[in-house]
Design a protein around this ligand. Structure first.
Ligand SMILES: Nc1nc2c(ncn2[C@@H]2O[C@H](COP(=O)(O)OP(=O)(O)OP(=O)(O)O)[C@@H](O)[C@H]2O)c(=O)[nH]1
Ligand SMILES: [Mg+2]
Length: 446
């Protein structure tokens, strides 16, 4: 579906992954290849340039947590930059809590407004709401019949008045009728044909101010490419657009237009159309869109790995921890790492000169215990979690009350913390033997 852009971006990224060291040169090359891919897929130049420049800058600046390769980190950055344009999540269709929701579709001739009107009606109806549609299009011959034909398939009433030339009047009459009949949603289809684009934009603006819809959706043809950006911008300047629907992504669309239009109008893409029938309609999910765009199978898994590794301490923090200044938060992170490693005792026995005899109940990293600590920590303030204040009796009382745990259990957590702090200090003293401790930069212990 995302033909050119997907293929080309994928190729640029694969070259980077398969290439040698991810140094400044390699990142520069990736930047250039990505820029070419975006431009050849009709992404507007300004946006394309901004995306790749950010990727380059952040890739070079980013301090890498231990265990995270530069290459993976760069992919994480590319993903985040593209998602930043498209929005983070799927946005649901607007709902007005006080009265029926009015949605108005705008877009140029042939973009797919009428088809999309019926698609949205079906989507809403499927969710158990009463929906009706109004066509204010009296420019296109047969506009009313077209909408009627589409909506008869889903049993949704259509209002139109093809003989009337006053668009605003038709829209007002239709909306009034369905408001009186207590519909939950009323969708207004508008004209895309006008002698001049200026007249069309003005008509949309007038409709907007008279109808006061809850949301204006701009319908954009996915084949448009570069023009999508200009078009979205022109509409957005005249009418406050709330979201975008990109149509015809089933065809030979290069995929860049969608990206550009969203960036131009600075609003999310809510749905995409991928076919002529009213069933060819999908909620738009930015993360999976970008995943498909980059042609990376398990992008979610990869990002999770990147985020987890980024949560690990930096070298400075690790050194701090080794002097016994470990916060509650860091302790939990570390215990989590340890528990992934399996036997704690075996781990510790590998640390030369630690000279600490530990029994299982002294450092209990069972799932149960960790869960309990988490619950207790949820009732601690940021200052407490970061060791900025001493946990005196009144704080212990408050934490116990807040977490629904006993005083003894809160003290257990404090003891655990004390023990880990001591352990850290001993580890520091015994820094030899080439040992790699999870969660610590390499070379810290040898
Ligand atoms: N392949 C494909 N065709 C689509 C899609 N959406 C709409 N079309 C087709 O595009 C053409 C124009 O669609 P319309 O819904 O009439 O577009 P419009 O914006 O209402 O056009 P005007 O009323 O003339 O401004 C029709 O032939 C539709 O079947 C889509 O997602 N995929
Ligand atoms: Mg139409």
């Amino acid at each position: 579906m995302l033909g050119t852009l997907g293929n080309k971006l994928h190729k640029a990224i694969t070259n980077f992954i398969r290439g040698g060291v991810a140094d400044k040169e390699a990142i520069k090359q990736l930047k250039n290849e990505m820029l070419r891919a975006l431009l050849e897929s009709d992404v507007d130049f300004e946006i394309a340039n901004k995306v790749v420049s950010e990727v380059e800058k952040k890739s070079l600046e980013k301090e890498l947590p231990e265990g995270l390769s530069r290459k993976k980190s760069v992919i994480g950055i590319i993903h985040d930059e593209l998602v930043a344009i498209l929005g983070k999540k799927h946005y649901p269709i607007t709902i007005n809590p006080d009265r029926p929701t009015i949605i108005m579709l705008i877009g140029i001739q042939g973009s797919g407004k009428t088809t999309t009107t019926a698609k949205i009606a079906k989507y809403i109806k499927k969710r158990g709401k009463k929906v009706a549609v109004v066509t204010a299009d009296n420019w296109r011959p047969g506009a009313y019949e077209q909408l009627q034909q589409l909506c008869s398939q889903i049993d949704v009433p259509v209002y139109g008045d093809p003989e009337n030339k006053r668009t605003v009047k038709i829209a007002q009459a239709g909306i009034k009728k369905f408001l009186d009949e207590k519909y939950n949603y009323i969708i207004l289809d508008t004209a895309g044909r006008h002698k001049e684009e200026k007249d069309l934009l003005n008509e949309m603006n007038e409709l907007y101010s008279k109808i006061k819809p809850d949301e204006v959706i701009l319908v954009i043809d996915g084949n448009l490419g570069q023009t999508a950006y200009k078009q979205a911008k022109a509409f957005a300047e005249k009418t406050p657009i709330g979201s975008i629907i990109v149509t015809k992504l089933d065809g030979s669309a290069k995929g860049g237009g969608a990206l550009s239009a969203a960036a131009a109008a600075k609003v999310p893409i809510k749905f995409i159309g991928n076919g002529e029938t009213i069933n060819d309609f999908e909620e738009f999910n930015p993360t999976s869109f970008v995943g498909r765009l980059l042609g990376l199978g398990d992008i979610e898994g990869l990002l999770k790995e990147v985020k987890e590794l980024e949560a690990l301490p930096s070298k400075e923090q690790a050194l701090d921890m080794l002097s016994g200044k470990i916060t509650f938060r860091q302790m939990m992170e570390l215990l989590g790492q340890f528990s992934k490693m399996g036997s704690m005792k075996r781990m510790l026995s590998m640390i030369p000169g630690l000279g600490m005899t530990l029994t299982d109940d002294m450092l209990d990293i069972s799932k149960e215990n960790m869960k309990k600590f988490e619950v207790i920590m949820n009732s601690m303030t940021d200052k407490e979690l970061d060791n900025k204040v001493k946990l005196n009796q009144s704080r212990i009382n408050r934490i116990a009350r807040g977490s629904g745990r006993s005083h003894t259990e809160v003290k257990e957590l404090i003891n655990q913390h004390k023990m880990v702090s001591q352990m850290m200090k001993k580890m520091k003293k015994s820094r030899r033997g080439g040992l790699q401790i999870p969660g610590f930069p390499p070379g810290m212990f040898g």
